[in-house]
Design a protein. Structure first.
Length: 106
């Protein structure tokens, strides 16, 4: 004794409505498995501890105090050494006359 296909499809519709699943009689790839998964962002973000007490936070909280930043001081010293050797960033041109691009047109 075989059951007609329409009866099976009706049963599947009711079953999907009861269990809150997607009715997909043709078994197409819809992506509902991926869309129903929990989001991974909060789990990944909670893996790393929050950054607490950075130099920038201290400077914002206490602007009246001079908070030393060793990394920034090292970087400034490195830039001064590079500038003294002529390896620093070039100066910005303020007028068209200072620019090489405009000097070649003469």
């Amino acid at each position: 004794m075989s059951i007609p296909r329409s009866r099976v499809l009706d049963l599947m519709k009711v079953q999907c409505r009861i269990f809150n699943t997607t009715f997909n009689p043709t078994q197409q790839r819809l992506g509902t498995k991926i869309l129903n998964q929990r989001l991974r962002g909060p789990a990944v973000a909670s893996y790393y501890p929050p950054r607490v007490g950075t130099i920038q936070d201290l400077r914002k909280l206490y602007p009246q105090y001079d908070v030393p930043d060793d990394e920034e001081d090292e970087w400034l010293e490195h830039m001064q050494i590079a500038k003294s050797r002529g390896k620093g960033p070039p100066k910005k041109k303020r007028t068209a006359a200072e620019s090489k691009k405009f000097n070649k047109r003469k």
